[in-house]
Design a protein around this ligand. Sequence first.
Ligand code: P6P
Length: 336
Amino acid sequence: MSHRIVTLNQFIVEQQKDFPCSEGRLTRLLSDIGAAAKVITREVRKAGLVDILGALGSVNVQGEEVQKLDDYANSTLQGFIKAGGECAVIASEEDDDVVVLENTYHHIQPKYVVAMDPLDGSSNIDVNASIGTIFSIYRRVSAQGNAGKEDVLQKGSEQVAAGYVIYGSSTMLVLTTGNGVNGFTLDPSIGEFCLSHPSICMKPEGMIYSVNEQNYHSFSQGTQRFIDYCKETDTATGRPYSARYIGSLVADFHRNLLKGGIFMYPSTQKAPIGKLRLVYECNPMAFIAEQAGGRATNGTLRILDIKPTELHQRVPFAVGSENLMDQLQTHLTAWG
Ligand code: P6P
């Protein structure tokens, strides 16, 4: 029996029925992001073949050299989102300040805002490791005509949608609109994201831990003892757990989402308040994790409860399966 292909757009439209007051505007915005992801895929897939690698020489707000693909992904996403007319303001890792779209590209008053990391893990481009796009969508809070930073500095619990695209052995788009998590794999032969992973659930008993152990000695005692716990032998709990670390948030998160596990980027000597960005990395990943049955904290607070104060603010980050998040919490409570 041939399985029915459900494309991303068909799925989003069908899910729209769950939102009676929906006017199809979020549908349009999500579709625009999906279209941009296809174009970015095309460039990522040939990155090694054309002179699109190598730094533009400029340095972004992260202090990292901007790779040409970063720039390309940023401008591609902004172009599609602008043209769709449903977004009032964009916050991007690649832009120091928000990009206000309202009153410039719209026949209608846009209802939504987008926070995004256009191409996360770009230091992995040259070594052909998986990289990703991360996005988060909120309803605007500003009055019409006054879109700005406050629209983006909302608590993660206010997100209406979040997702990521992983450019790996295949290109997958993983999405939540607050109704569970679904994965769509790009079929290049028809140029469509097709539903391949319906209703993704993060295993409550994860057995993978993902952390850059170079920083072990600058972690808190509780974090160190949790990592030691993961390495101890205890067949009853399936330990020692497997260590996996790609160094690309989207890739490390995606593996744990599908197989169970915990990812941590705690405070370190070099990054005393963590390295990952709350608004466009931790919040979307936390929303997806919770929708899949997992959890996400900064070590003490639920990520989605943290009110952002700065666009590019960093937070310590731990996200993953219930059992591992519980164990981490136990060790942090006991040892600090
Ligand atoms: P480290 C990539 O540069 C990134 O922002 C995330 O994708 C990744 O999780 C993290 O940094 C890796 O950082 O310090 O372990 O190389």
